[in-house]
Design a protein around this ligand. Sequence first.
Ligand SMILES: Nc1nc2c(ncn2[C@@H]2O[C@H](COP(=O)(O)OP(=O)(O)O)[C@@H](O)[C@H]2O)c(=O)[nH]1
Ligand SMILES: [Mg+2]
Ligand SMILES: [Zn+2]
Length: 328
Amino acid sequence: MAKRQKLTLQQKRRVAKSQRKKSEQPLEFPDDLGPIENGIVISRFGEQADIADNNRQVLRAYLRQNLGSCVAGDRVSFRRGSDIAVIESISERSSELNRPTRHSGIKTIVANIDQIMIVVAPYPEYSAIILDRYLVACELAKVTPHIIFNKMDLVSAEQEAFFAQQINLYRTIGYQVFPISCQTQTGISELTEQFLGQESILVGQSGVGKSSLINTLLPDADMAVGEVSENSRLGTHTTTASRLFFLPQNGHIIDSPGVREFGLSHIDADTVINGFRDLLPYSGQCKFRNCRHINETGCAVLAAAEEALIDPQRLTSFHSILRSIDNA
Ligand SMILES: Nc1nc2c(ncn2[C@@H]2O[C@H](COP(=O)(O)OP(=O)(O)O)[C@@H](O)[C@H]2O)c(=O)[nH]1
Ligand SMILES: [Mg+2]
Ligand SMILES: [Zn+2]
């Protein structure tokens, strides 16, 4: 009885130590850590991440608590342990992509991106509105977007004129457009140039061929193609973590299976126009300063559309995005 109530000093120390460990650190941290080194986050999963050191050697690491968000592309300082490393700090980001969470918060998806490659394809069904939503999100995140039309081998004779018109439209607006096929290798060498030395991310609907493109550009990556992702009707969550792949020389590409859409519902309706390069120049000439460019008299954007200075498809997308924000 007495023995049960009273713990020895040694036992008390042990209990205190284990409680301290539980509250401060969720996992056993190695205590044989080496000096501080610089690295980059390859992929994040829960309390751990894969990071690469300066020699592109990949190692598993724990995250210290209170580090804050840590995502693919983050530059970190870490210390090497005998079987696992520990991330000590995260460097300030030059850019980041965010998406709203279900509880009206914001989650960062990737960090330090130079360019965003939006991948579209004739199958799954091409949607200009989805493409425009990505473009607006990129423009508002202040990261340059480029557009990849993949699976051009699947374009049928009757679809040919339509896709040629779409490609021309986005080029006229000022975007770089790359019509390619991972299947036939069409356009791959021009696209490869665009990736050189850059820190890029691939975004786009599931099934458009993002993983296939990484395999085409980097055969050693050995990406799983055609895997069921988060928007499958079965609700299977296969891979939702973004993952970074190094290019042979400088630069890297991040694949983002979980990024279906990012960055729109937490933005202000007034700022949507800033995401439309082709509409924006007219918006300063509207009669009313607070013009929403929906049905106002003296709206210069609507007038420009009437004179065919703006493509009607783009105006439709603009209005659709405004409505989706109002309903959010
Ligand atoms: N015909 C054709 N099919 C492709 C092409 N690129 C990818 N696919 C196929 O499209 C499907 C989805 O590709 P995947 O890379 O997994 O798409 P992800 O979900 O965007 O990563 C797979 O069955 C690929 O084989 C292409 O250029 N042409
Ligand atoms: Mg994929
Ligand atoms: Zn207006």
